[in-house]
Design a binder for this molecule. Structure first.
Ligand code: ADP
Length: 169
């Protein structure tokens, strides 16, 4: 059984085996969680992302997939980068958001990570409505078959925290 824990705060301040990054497919940095992780984690993370781009991820990381790098100076062993789907009112693909959580946990299992911190993927610049994103995130983790013992959702503000808390009631 994977325990689900909610924390309000900054994901870059967490002490866990793996911190999940809401990256973009370029893996070469962005704003939001991505910017914060690279700022606090230092240049080693970006250097490894560049190496991935130069080798087997030449076209970037597809939406819904996940890949691990060093965590640099963060208090974690790995950063797992995943690319959330952009929300479109005309039709978005919830299965791609589910896939981000599932694939990140699969990578965590491959690494042997037992504690994993997730942000609310796709709810920033990618625009996914928080309540729906929280529902998808919690269901994905509950349904995952994983050796991860603790999934910690790290929610940046009260609104995000409340949306996730409502899913755990
Ligand atoms: P995406 O591109 O997948 O939408 P963002 O990084 O823009 O990703 O935002 C994802 C969520 O993470 C948003 O709810 C945002 O408020 C939140 N967020 C931004 N910075 C941090 C941080 N340092 N720690 C935790 N959550 C954060």
């Amino acid at each position: 059984m994977t325990a689900i824990i909610l924390v309000r705060g900054d994901i870059t301040r967490q002490s866990v085996d793996a911190i999940v990054n809401a990256a973009n497919s370029s893996l070469l940095g962005g704003g939001g969680v991505d910017g914060a992780i690279h700022r606090r984690g230092g240049p080693a993370i970006l250097a490894e992302c560049r190496r991935l781009r130069a080798s087997h991820l030449g076209k970037g990381l597809p939406t819904g997939r996940a890949v691990a790098t060093t965590a640099g100076q963060l208090d974690a062993r790995w950063v797992i980068h995943t690319v959330g789907p952009v929300y479109r009112a005309s039709g978005s693909e919830p299965s791609l958001l589910t896939s981000c959580y599932r694939e990140s946990l699969r990578v965590a299992d491959e690494l042997g990570a037992r504690t994993v911190a997730f942000p609310a993927i796709s709810t920033g610049v990618y625009g996914w409505p928080m309540t729906d994103a929280a529902r998808i995130a919690v269901a994905a983790v509950r349904e995952a078959e994983t050796e991860v013992e603790e999934v910690r959702f790290v929610l940046f503000d009260e609104r995000a925290y409340e949306a996730f808390a409502a899913q755990l009631d």
